[in-house]
Every structure is written in structure tokens, then in C-alpha cells.
Design a protein around this ligand. Structure first.
Ligand code: C2E
Ligand code: CA
Ligand code: CA
Ligand code: CA
Length: 275
């Protein structure tokens, strides 16, 4: 409690001081994490339903702290955005994802999550072009996943970055589609190549008719507009069968594969020369 005015005590809510201190500690640790090599990427496969082939992987960041253990991106990405640390962390993700993708077969792409803060920065383009140049990955093998929140606050910078990315030959996906607002306006106005149907609709579709209607409508719109639809969070065979029947283009989720480190990943060409 803090002394305030005529001897009255202002009491902080229980745990508030601890929570503030913990935020500071987490921020300090996050600042050190990059230099201390505490981040790594995992890769989750994306399967196309036309021939059940793995067409690419989404790169997902992991933070393994020496004493905290595993810290979820759901908790540290927002802090990285608030502190601006998302710029160097995001640049590292782009570099590492492109470098790793060069080890995969040429028909597979890598999808990288790019936050609203990165998209608003004039530095993003330079980070992407140098990740491509340093790795030698052709631009058409890199996809950028943006959430609607990133696209909603579209200033001139966002419009400029999006068209520059397209000119480079990158593919652009709208992530978590259906969870933001004005989704349909974005679908109409933005140059999108892919829509990722949010897991919340996919997992509820079989027992909730409204979710089913949303999944149906998105896949139908995607096919009418020539935009590839990818369903997220596919966990069982019934969901997969449903998505096939609705004409969804591709799927991602634990049923197809969990995000994996690919530590011992060996490119197919390298395997064949060793046998
Ligand atoms: P997201 O982009 O929507 O990524 C999908 C999340 O769903 C991942 O969680 C993934 O592990 C999880 N997932 C995939 N398949 C399934 C499934 O079948 N069932 C369930 N229950 N979950 C599934 P993760 O890796 O914890 O990432 C959470 C979020 O953190 C991501 O959501 C993304 O918004 C953000 N994120 C992750 N890596 C990065 C990054 O490198 N940069 C940025 N800016 N954000 C990232
Ligand atoms: Ca994503
Ligand atoms: Ca998503
Ligand atoms: Ca999500």
C-alpha cells in the first residue's frame, strides 16, 4: 500500500506489483534472447487436397529460456511488438526460415508470420529482400502471413509494402480469416493469394451449424475469387473429410503433422547421394 494524501492508503490490487515486476523481467529476458540464441523455428506441414502432397511448411517461433523453460509465442510476441523487439526478432525469423527452406524440395514453400508492427515499418522490405538474397531462396517460395489486424490499420506504408512484396513475387496470405473485422472488405480490396480459415471455425464446424456455414462460405468465396483456401487446426479425419467435400484447397493441423524442429532434416538430393 502507498501513502496518499491525508494518511489514506491507496492499495494496489493483489498481485499487481508482482505482475509489473514480472513484465519487466520478461522484457529484459526477451532483449537477451536473440543474442543468446534462445530462439528456434519449428515447421508445420501444409497439405494440398488435390493430391495430398506437402506443398510447404509454416515457420513458428519457439523460445526456450534457460530457467523459464518454454515461453509461448502467444505471450512473448505481443511484448516483442510493444517494445519494438519484433523488428530484430522478425528479421531473424525471416533469415532462418528462408535459409531452412533452401534445404527442401523446390516445389515447397515456407510461410512466415509477419506482425502488424513489422508491416508498418519501412524496414520490412529490406529485411525480406536480404533474407532472400542471403539464402538464395527464390521469392515465389516465400509466403507472408498477415492477420487482419495488421491489414486493418492500412496506412500508405502498408499499401506500399504489400504491392512491393507482390512485385517481388511473394505470396500473401490472410491469417486467422474470419476472426477480425471487415474481413470481406479486405478480401475485396487487398491483393491476397491465400486465405487461412481460422481454427475456431474448423474445429467447431461439425457440431455447430453456424461455424459450418462460415467454413462453407469462405471456401466458396475463395474458389470464386481464385484465392487458395487453407484450413487451420485440422485435428481429425472427420474434419478432413468435411473440408475435402467443401472443396477447400489445403489443410494444416495436428492430423497432418505437428510443428517440428527438423533438426536432422536431410534434403532428398543429399539422401540419394549417400545410398
Ligand atoms: P498462428 O499463426 O495462427 O499459428 C497457428 C498456431 O496453431 C500455432 O501455435 C500452431 O502450433 C497451432 N496449431 C497448429 N495446428 C494445430 C492443431 O491442429 N490444433 C491446435 N490446437 N493448434 C494447432 P503457436 O506456434 O503457439 O503460435 C501461436 C501464434 O503465435 C501464431 O498463430 C502466430 O500468431 C504467433 N507466432 C508464432 N510464430 C511467430 C513468428 O515467427 N512471428 C510472429 N510475428 N508471430 C508468430
Ligand atoms: Ca500463421
Ligand atoms: Ca492462423
Ligand atoms: Ca491464430
Amino acid at each position: 500500500a502507498k501513502r496518499h494524501g491525508r494518511g489514506r492508503a491507496v492499495r494496489y490490487a493483489p498481485g499487481m506489483i508482482e505482475a509489473v515486476a514480472e513484465r519487466h523481467a520478461l522484457e529484459r529476458d526477451l532483449r537477451l534472447a536473440l543474442a543468446d540464441h534462445q530462439f528456434h523455428l519449428v515447421f508445420q506441414p501444409i497439405m494440398t487436397l488435390s493430391n495430398d502432397a506437402i506443398v510447404g511448411y509454416e515457420a513458428l517461433i519457439r523460445w526456450q529460456h534457460p530457467t523459464r523453460g518454454f515461453v509461448s509465442p502467444v505471450s512473448f510476441i505481443p511484448m516483442a511488438e510493444e517494445t519494438g523487439l519484433i523488428m530484430p526478432i522478425g528479421a531473424w525469423v525471416l533469415n532462418e526460415a528462408c535459409r531452412r527452406a533452401t534445404l527442401w524440395p523446390a516445389q515447397q514453400h515456407v510461410a512466415v508470420n509477419v506482425s502488424a508492427v513489422q508491416l508498418r515499418s519501412p524496414k520490412l522490405l529490406a529485411h525480406i529482400t536480404s533474407a532472400l538474397a542471403d539464402s538464395g531462396l527464390p521469392p515465389h517460395r516465400l509466403e507472408i502471413e498477415l492477420t487482419e489486424t495488421a491489414l486493418v490499420e492500412d496506412g500508405p506504408q502498408v499499401a506500399h509494402t504489400l504491392s512491393a512484396l507482390r512485385q517481388l513475387g511473394l505470396k500473401i496470405a490472410m491469417d486467422d480469416f474470419g476472426t477480425g473485422y471487415s474481413s470481406l472488405a479486405h478480401l475485396r480490396d487487398l491483393p491476397l493469394d491465400r486465405i487461412k480459415i481460422d481454427r475456431s471455425f474448423v474445429s467447431a464446424a461439425l457440431h455447430d451449424k453456424h461455424s459450418m456455414a462460415v467454413v462453407k462460405a469462405i471456401t466458396q468465396m475463395g474458389s470464386d475469387m481464385g484465392i487458395v483456401t487453407i484450413a487451420e487446426g485440422v485435428e481429425d479425419a472427420d474434419q478432413l473429410a468435411l473440408l475435402r467435400s467443401l472443396g477447400c484447397d489445403a489443410v494444416q493441423g495436428y492430423l497432418i503433422g505437428r510443428p517440428e524442429r527438423q533438426m536432422n532434416y536431410c534434403p532428398p538430393a543429399a539422401i540419394s547421394t549417400h545410398v
